[in-house]
Design a protein around this ligand. Structure first.
Ligand code: ASP
Ligand code: MG
Length: 457
């Protein structure tokens, strides 16, 4: 069996859902289970609705809910045709009536807790999964709606609940597996779950990928397909470098490094349950379903190129701290990191020498206060408008002299910091932000002009 997950843009309207139905239909013989996101932007809108209610603004909350109601009615109407829609309409109606009741309650109390937030946010996937199931059935797919709250069991950390895998796997085996075995296509909402006692929870923004991985791991899927609106992961951002090519195959560790430094396709950490069981995950394009996409594997297959991709992250500030006191002192780095923790600022790249430490952070408004705090430890300078450039590839580990090759392409570029991560699969350095396009293009030309056809297309 396989898991097919459709993201928000892949179910954003009737056309998209119709396309998704076509894709699933082509794979029915492979026994799919389907996981869907809320229709695009719906979760954001539900959260805005909940906030309005929490602030006591009942009118705004109900108006926003009316907009959502209309969009879902219209989509279902377009997909189902009059006869089926008339039946189905009352189901949607009762969902929205319950939502409005909930919103009135929140507005009356004028307080929004994480627990109530989850109740409201869950409607996105509850509704999309209902509509998708009905649309699939209308197109001849024998599908069954499964309430994810009966299968994905979590703790009660509302808005980012943590799955209890044993309970979840058991529920998946008893509630979902028999459906698949009897030739039906189960459809589940991603993102939503419940505690052991049945209270609705959500597993964090963007959590539907995580849901797909949990379902795939729990059911022992042969593969997981993440259907989105791009052809997969690319060697670099095609907006910066038109020569960027698709990566056909990448390791989980490589994908994770890329996500950390700005690749926006998905957050691979959410795929961990699948990767740990050696289940391959494919990123595919629902607007271009014949494209093979990108396959993410526990281990990278052999690749003739040193690197898989170049990522760049802009809006970076470098903080330099110089202190002669650091000479032979211990506890100095701890004091520095304590200051970062007090100001809740996350560090990306660090490099140290005997008397100085340089760190990079995302540019943000806490930096002046943080710098004032750090000034107690030494001389502090900070400078914005920097960028991190990161080259990623498992082969880096075994290729001597690679740093020399990278920097020989950039003889005229002022490299402010260099770091090679403990994972040994990334080479990272910091430059002026406005040099990013030029630097990325030169590196791409140097390292991706000849491509291993097994790995790139
Ligand atoms: N709908 C949820 C969100 O927007 C989950 C997801 O789409 O992955 O965060
Ligand atoms: Mg997503």
């Amino acid at each position: 069996m396989l898991v097919m997950k459709f993201g928000g843009t892949s179910v954003e309207d009737a056309t998209a859902i119709d396309r998704a139905a076509g894709i699933v239909k082509g794979r029915v013989s492979q026994k799919p289970a389907v996981v869907v996101s809320a229709m695009a932007r719906v979760t954001d809108q539900l959260l805005a609705t909940a906030r309005a209610a929490g602030a006591g603004d009942r009118e705004t909350a109900l108006k926003l809910s009316r907009n959502l109601r209309e969009r879902h009615y219209n989509t279902a109407g377009e997909l189902l045709g009059t006869a089926v829609f008339t039946q189905f309409h009352s189901e949607l109606e009762s969902e929205f009536d319950t939502l409005d009741e909930l919103l009135r309650g929140i507005a009356a109390v004028g307080e929004l807790t994480p627990r109530t937030t989850d109740h409201v946010a869950a409607y996105g996937e509850l509704l999309s999964s209902k509509i998708v199931t009905a649309a699939f059935s209308a197109r001849g797919i024998r599908s069954t709606l499964v309430d994810s709250r009966d299968c994905i069991i979590t703790d009660n950390t509302h808005t980012r609940a943590v799955p209890h895998f044993e309970d979840t796997d058991e529920k998946l085996k008893s509630n979902v597996k028999p459906l698949i075995e009897s030739g039906r296509v189960p459809v589940m909402g991603g993102f939503i779950a419940a505690t052991r006692s049945g209270t609705t929870t959500t597993i964090g923004r963007g959590g539907s990928d995580f849901s797909a991985a949990i379902v795939g791991a729990g059911l022992g899927a042969e593969r997981i397909e993440i259907w989105t609106d791009v052809d997969g992961m690319m060697t670099t951002d095609p907006n910066t470098c038109p020569e960027a090519r698709r990566i056909k195959s990448i390791s989980f560790d490589e994908a994770a490094e890329l996500a950390y430094f700005g690749a926006k396709v998905l957050h691979p950490a959410t795929l961990l349950p699948a990767i740990q069981k050696n289940i391959p995950v494919y990123i595919l394009n629902s607007r271009n379903p014949n494209c093979d996409g990108t396959r993410i594997l526990a281990r990278a297959p052999h690749c003739r190129n040193v690197f898989k991709a170049i990522a760049a992250k802009k809006r970076i500030t470098i903080i330099d701290l110089t202190a002669t006191r650091m000479l032979m002192a211990y506890g100095f780095l701890k004091n520095i990191f304590d200051a970062f923790e007090r100001h809740r600022v996350a560090v990306d790249v660090v490099s140290t020498s005997e008397v100085s430490v340089s760190l990079t952070v995302d540019s943000n408004e806490s930096i002046p206060a943080l710098a004032a705090d750090l000034a107690k430890l030494g001389d502090v300078k900070y400078e914005g408008r920097k960028a991190i450039v990161c080259l990623v590839g498992e082969n880096l580990r075994e290729t001597p002299g690679i740093a020399a090759r990278v920097f020989s392409v950039l003889p005229d570029v002022n490299i402010r910091m260099i770091s090679q991560g403990a994972s040994e699969i990334n080479l990272t350095f910091v430059i002026e932000e406005d040099l990013v396009p030029e630097v990325v293009r030169r590196l791409h030309k140097a390292f991706f002009s000849e491509l291993d056809p097994e790995i790139f297309e």
